[in-house]
Design a protein around this ligand. Structure first.
Ligand code: FEC
Length: 312
């Protein structure tokens, strides 16, 4: 295993990123919008959502930190202490992806593997992270292997299945409960690029459904942006209303494209979707997110080791 490479191997663990404090929300939002500052209305709206989730803290930061530490421990366990060194690189906040690669270079790393804390590949999500990581690695002469996706890793499917089973246990009638697999929407134009994202999300959902023998399940999108262009749908709020019209009253939302507790889960699902559920007399539950779950760490460590095989 990776014995052909001498010295320490860097692992660039990439995640979306979240502001450090309320004062940096504007800079964060401007970065997401590729340098275009949000209007004051848009900014206020985002600030109010951060206030609503846990009184203005940013849970994604702590969760990403914990995931990186847990992955380091897992890699130490499987490959020996010191063989792999994890570095964090965030898409829209410090430490940025480029900072993570520069830190590796400063430590003399010559070989590295990059992985993103989201299981499915899209040219607009994982593709964007990897482009920036590769460009920076090239500048520093680091050979970088890439984990493109891990959406069907058996341990991922098992960890998600455990959570769905646990979630179904919260309903009086499991048979009558609709499992709603969900993921962040993207602009519809990705379909023209034959992007694998929608199909990979369905594959993850189907694998969990098959493992549990679920018959009542659907896939739906969530968290679409307001950019003036069409985004992939149907959105979860629309799906919930339609299901309600068909008489479905029990729903278990299972976000398969996210791995952490963060804004898009704690606000879009736990506040916005819950509010709609309340108004329509729907019993809505959500699965526990993976965060630093040991099985998820196995998925990441395994994927890193496999990707490294391709590096000479
Ligand atoms: O907790 C937090 O602070 C951050 C939560 C967060 C995660 C996340 C994940 C994904 N996004 C993806 C795509 C887009 C596209 C746009 C976009 C915009 C936002 C905005 C916020 C935001 N995203 Fe995000 N996303 C998170 C947060 N996202 C805040 C800004 C306004 C809004 O609320 O909509 C549109 C950009 C544009 O304006 O052009 C596209 C995808 C993921 C899942 C994969 C990943 O984690 O990388 C895809 C977490």
């Amino acid at each position: 295993m990776s014995n052909h490479i001498d010295g320490k191997i860097g692992v660039l663990v990439m995640s979306y990123g979240t502001p450090e404090n309320m004062e940096s929300v504007e800079a964060y939002y401007t970065h997401i919008r590729r340098g275009h500052p949000p209007t004051s209305e848009q900014l206020e709206d985002l600030i109010s959502r951060y206030h609503a989730i846990v009184g203005g803290v940013f849970p994604l930061r702590e969760n990403t930190n914990r995931q990186v530490t847990a992955l380091q421990h897992k890699l130490d366990e499987v490959a020996g202490v010191g063989r792999f060194v994890c570095y964090q690189g965030l898409k829209h906040a410090a430490p940025f992806i480029e900072d993570g690669v520069a830190a590796m270079a400063a430590d003399g790393i010559k070989h590295a593997v990059a992985i993103v804390l989201t299981p499915q590949y899209s040219v607009m999500s994982v593709g964007g992270y990897m482009k920036r990581a590769q460009e920076e690695a090239q500048k520093h002469g680091i050979a970088l292997a890439i984990v493109r996706e891990y959406h069907l890793h058996p341990e991922l499917i098992d960890a998600l299945s455990t959570r769905v089973k646990e979630g179904l246990g919260k309903f009086d009638n499991e048979q009558d409960t609709m499992v709603l697999f969900s993921a962040h929407s993207l602009p519809e134009k990705i379909l023209e690029m034959k992007d694998p994202y929608p199909e990979q999300l369905l594959e993850t959902s189907r694998a969990v459904a098959n493992k549990l023998g679920l018959t009542n399940w659907q896939f739906t999108w969530q968290s679409a942006g307001q950019t003036g262009q069409p985004w992939l749908g149907p959105d979860i709020l629309e799906t919930m209303v339609n299901l309600c019209k068909e008489g479905v009253r029990n729903m278990l939302v299972t976000p398969v494209g996210f791995v952490s507790d963060h804004l898009e889960v704690l606000y879009d699902l736990d506040i916005e979707a819950q509010r709609l559920a309340h108004d329509h007399d729907i019993h809505l539950e959500r699965i526990r997110m993976l965060n630093d779950d040991p099985q998820y760490m196995t998925v990441l460590a395994d994927s890193v080791l496999t990707a490294l095989e391709g590096l000479s």
